[in-house]
Design a protein around this ligand. Sequence first.
Ligand SMILES: Nc1nc2c(ncn2[C@@H]2O[C@H](COP(=O)(O)OP(=O)(O)OP(=O)(O)O)[C@@H](O)[C@H]2O)c(=O)[nH]1
Ligand SMILES: [Mg+2]
Ligand SMILES: [Zn+2]
Length: 371
Amino acid sequence: MSDGSDPLPPPMPNLEQLGWSRRTGPAPQIPKGHTVSRVVVEHRGAYELLDDEGPRIGALDAAVRDAARTPLDYPTVGDWVIRSLEVRHNRRVVITDVLERTSVLCRRAAGPRARPQLVAANADILAVVTTPAPTSDFPSTEAAGVGHRIEWYLTAAFAGGARPVIVVNKVDTVSGAECEASVDALRHRLGAAATEVPILATSALDGRGLDSLGALASSGATVAFSGPSGVGKSSLANRLAGAEVVPIAPLSPDGRGRHTTVRRQLVPVGGPAGGTLVDTPGLQDLIPWGGDLGLPRSVGPLDGLAMAFGEIAALAQSCRFGDCAHTVEPDCAVTAAVSAGELAAGRLGTYLELVADIDTGDPFGSQRGSG
Ligand SMILES: Nc1nc2c(ncn2[C@@H]2O[C@H](COP(=O)(O)OP(=O)(O)OP(=O)(O)O)[C@@H](O)[C@H]2O)c(=O)[nH]1
Ligand SMILES: [Mg+2]
Ligand SMILES: [Zn+2]
């Protein structure tokens, strides 16, 4: 396919450009003959790694594997790990440690059994990608709304210590007025969270808004993209990386793809400032994991909820019962605010739906350390 005029592939990023200096927490002990590396892709039983030495394939040390109790104990995309410099069996280096995470995006895996599924580790920002028009795969109950599950993503981001932003992509498909209406509708429905969550309007097609989105990934920051299939997550990642790093859906008549991305992947954006993106497969929904996330700071799903629904958390302070469910209880300040027209009934409805979705009974709680 190449006709010789293709731009050169971007040079391999170094550890700084991969975000190493942004990492907080205790400085790791790096044993002799080992180095720090970042997980780029997770395969069954193997990991694509990137560091100052270039790309490597790593396998998990048997001792780390044996000590793993939950899916959260395994390396995932975005993780910092310690690996052997030396190639051991099967032309693979050996991952001997997974460093403490600064953030973790974790959902409840689909299926009857409650299990956590990691989306990305050490993302500074979760970009929730959506489109201005309601689509069948991100259904909306509001005419100009964007998707009734955005609050789920915001809660998961806050709970895991990542800052959420909303990216309304494909704005080239609507008029300026429609785009503004979509953004306004979003702001309105997000209540108090609207002041905490920036909303960017972008087009991976004509490049609108890409500077602002790219700026989020500067200085070695990591921006993870999530959202439904076909909204343009991979297209945005490729545009920002300046190369076709991840496959995107071929243009279909309705301009939407279907589950083109099948794996999560860290994508370095290149340039002196560095920065990385995490492209992920489209999700039907993202139910925040209700159990322990293993983070050093004690944020969790309930803190995430309180941050995504700040005005409800504030009102709840005045409920008569400390464990008020804000449904039928007497002297509930939250339902009183709805009656008084100070809190949108839909906002409370969304909150209650999300609370019901988050199962805080952690099946692994007793197996994880207290830290
Ligand atoms: N008009 C327009 N089309 C876009 C834009 N961004 C992406 N597309 C198109 O939308 C389709 C889906 O894009 P992808 O980047 O594959 O979407 P995705 O979110 O990665 O989808 P999954 O990998 O299935 O989760 C492709 O045909 C893109 O060309 C945009 O800003 N404007
Ligand atoms: Mg994709
Ligand atoms: Zn109440």
